[in-house]
Design a binder for this molecule. Sequence first.
Ligand SMILES: [Zn+2]
Length: 343
Amino acid sequence: MRGANRYGIWEHASPVVLAAESKKSPAAAAVEPPSPPSPHPSDVSSAWALRSGGRPLFIFAHQDDETVLAGIIARIVGDDRCGTFVWWTNGDGLAPLTGESPRAYAKIRMAEAAEAMRRLGAQPHRKRDLDSSEIENYRRLTHVAAGGQLRQAALHYFMVEAERVERAIREADPDRVFLLAWQGGHPEHDLTHLMTVRAVQKLRQETGRPIPIIQCPAYEYVILCALRFNPWFDGDRRRIELSLEERQKKRAVFDAYPSQQDLFRRFEQVVKVVAKFSALRGHPVDVESYLAVEEFGVVDPELDYTRSTHRVEALNYINDDFEGIKIRFDTMIRPVAEILLFP
Ligand SMILES: [Zn+2]
């Protein structure tokens, strides 16, 4: 998660429904679930996706994105049993607001992520920072929209980034990939998603393995639809309830990010508003119980990434800009999607 966004007025509240798998007995969990025959949501069981084993890859844009699925990570990784973690950016995007140099701020962010991983059970040897500058990524997005030679250079830039991501994914040789949802909330979440889909599509073709992609919703509509798919999301949607230990680890991960405490506090405020509306509807939920449920879903391999998840362009990346230029799907993200997926 990242962003200096202000609140909008969106409210999203849904009753906490516990996934059936969270009620399975420990004995059932001990049996290795069968591998999926394809990456399609109907073929991928939650038991297989969330098992503690295999070669799961967790790939993120930002240091702190992993808080979205911290419980899922803790469940899968256990005590450093498995998992590779890749971060595309170095988190320098908010440096101008802090007075730190981008390089110094990035070092803080990357060190925080290493500590967060440790608190989730994963040791540093599992971590890989691709160290891409957010500031440069944003500048290049505005160049995509600008057209001409700037656009050509920027599209080349994103292809090179995609190739770096591809190399990291090939090294991880994953059997499944976890990432943040394609949802028009943050441009770098969507770019990370795109670059990952590109690499996984290649790996599927080369190996014949399904390599399902599992997405978790971070936020959209500024941050007022937080940590849940929006109510009209029509893709695969599942939920788990975290155990007490998983909740404690998740809380510890939030605390591993001193640089992001303002943002987390605002998230907490949002969740409190959601909780209030939820209580009015007869489904009382407090912050702790909201965070104790994590949503995820298997990404449809046929998803069309040249289309935004929002019908109205203005609902993409609300309030996000680079030096006053608004970040847009139509003129910035779509051209990158087209060049990455249909070169
Ligand atoms: Zn993020």
